[in-house]
Design a protein around this ligand. Structure first.
Ligand code: F6R
Length: 364
């Protein structure tokens, strides 16, 4: 069942290139995105002025990555809401808001209730779901299935990256239909999206370095993740994953926020995992890294840059294959999943079944 892997989680991490192919390929024709066969006609986008994403946990973090792409590439405002908050307020949505619901299981009760509320408010609901025929899929106006295959490990891995790819397909189709991006731009975007498969495969070759990082952080009571922009959203997910399966306390911070309080917690030898894939803010992240390094932090840098063999910047580095940050999120996600996995395994914990957690949260 585990296909020769010691745990489902590791198997599912390695399945990501194939899972992404299965989600992306059927929706690409002649290099362009098509969602008609999923019953999602372009008329869905008529009159849509903004988007609200509702989800929980890891699925919500996938929504945050999608927000970044919709906003930076298409200039469409996206609100990402935690489903358990959304459902108890009076959300400002109507027929001009497209509600995108993200759920692996399709059964998360807070997400389901958020969906019902969105429909009541007249907002069309498009859900991105992995489990066929699940309640969320059945109750949505439109469904884009991810084809990750069954996810057994409690900690979500492949479902997260395919959810991101589904958000990208929707964004690309939306941009094309609305004339925000040209056909050439859409083709280039899709080409890059199809290429993430090989970026992930290259990244998986770094497993030994990642194991060394895990061996270093497993002895620490606290770990910090820092990054800016799209990398900050990856930090939130990485921190959740580490807490969930290794029981190590960790926090994710937008790197520029450190000096507004958190830097007080940076002490001798505390591991700080810094993600720096965005060219526009790269030097800003590196200067934040130097700030924590000078306070004694043990810095692990995840970036594209080859030049950092400088111990004034980092103690360890995990290099990512060169790619635009919008597409390197997939490789970054794999690195961060593996850090959590190897840390939990090195601590001898039950990786696939962490304490106090269920795979599908159907109670409030
Ligand atoms: C964390 C994790 C959870 C789920 C969340 C939503 O690894 O798996 O945070 O992402 O419970 O579940 P779904 O996607 O099934 O709605």
């Amino acid at each position: 069942q585990k296909g020769g892997y010691p745990h489902f989680m590791l198997k599912e991490i390695y399945e990501q290139p194939d899972a992404l192919d299965r989600t992306i390929r059927p929706r690409v024709s002649d290099g362009l995105p098509f969602l008609e066969e999923d019953g999602i006609s372009d008329s869905l986008f008529d009159g849509i002025k903004n988007i609200t994403v509702v989800a929980c946990g890891t699925a919500m973090h996938a929504g945050m990555v999608g927000k970044y792409v919709f906003e930076s590439k298409l200039r469409i405002p996206v609100n990402v809401e935690i489903a358990s908050e959304f459902r108890y307020k009076d959300p400002i949505i109507d027929k001009n808001t497209l509600t995108i619901v993200l759920s692996q299981s399709g059964e998360t009760i807070d997400t389901l209730e958020a969906l019902r509320l969105a429909k009541k408010k007249g907002s069309p609901v498009l859900s991105i779901v992995n489990v066929k025929g699940s309640t969320i899929a059945r109750e949505s106006d439109y469904v884009l299935y991810t084809h990750a295959g069954p996810e057994i490990a409690v900690a979500s891995t492949k479902a997260y990256t395919v959810q991101i790819s589904a958000m990208y397909l929707i964004a690309c189709r939306y941009g094309l239909v609305k004339g925000i991006i040209s056909e050439d731009e859409a083709r280039e975007f899709i080409k890059n999206l199809e290429n993430v498969r090989s970026i992930i495969e290259d990244t998986l070759k770094n497993a030994n370095t990642i194991k060394m990082v895990a061996n270093r952080i497993m002895i620490s009571p606290d770990v910090f993740y820092i990054g800016r922009g799209i990398d900050y959203t990856l930090c939130l997910e990485a921190s959740l994953k580490l807490k969930e399966i290794s029981y190590i306390h960790s926090e994710a911070y937008a790197a520029g926020e450190l000096k507004h309080g958190t830097i007080a917690l940076i002490s001798e030898n505390v591991p700080v995992i810094a993600i720096a894939t965005e060219k526009d803010v790269y030097s800003k992240v590196i200067s934040n890294v130097k700030e924590v390094k000078s306070r004694g932090a043990f810095v692990i840098l995840v970036s594209h840059d080859d030049d950092i063999n400088d111990t004034s910047v980092c103690d360890m580095q995990i290099k990512l294959p060169e790619a635009d940050s919008v597409f390197s999120v997939f490789a970054t996600a794999v690195v961060l999943q593996l850090i959590a996995y190897y840390t939990s395994d090195a601590k001898g914990l039950d990786v696939d079944k962490p304490r106090n957690l269920a795979k599908s949260v159907t109670v409030e």
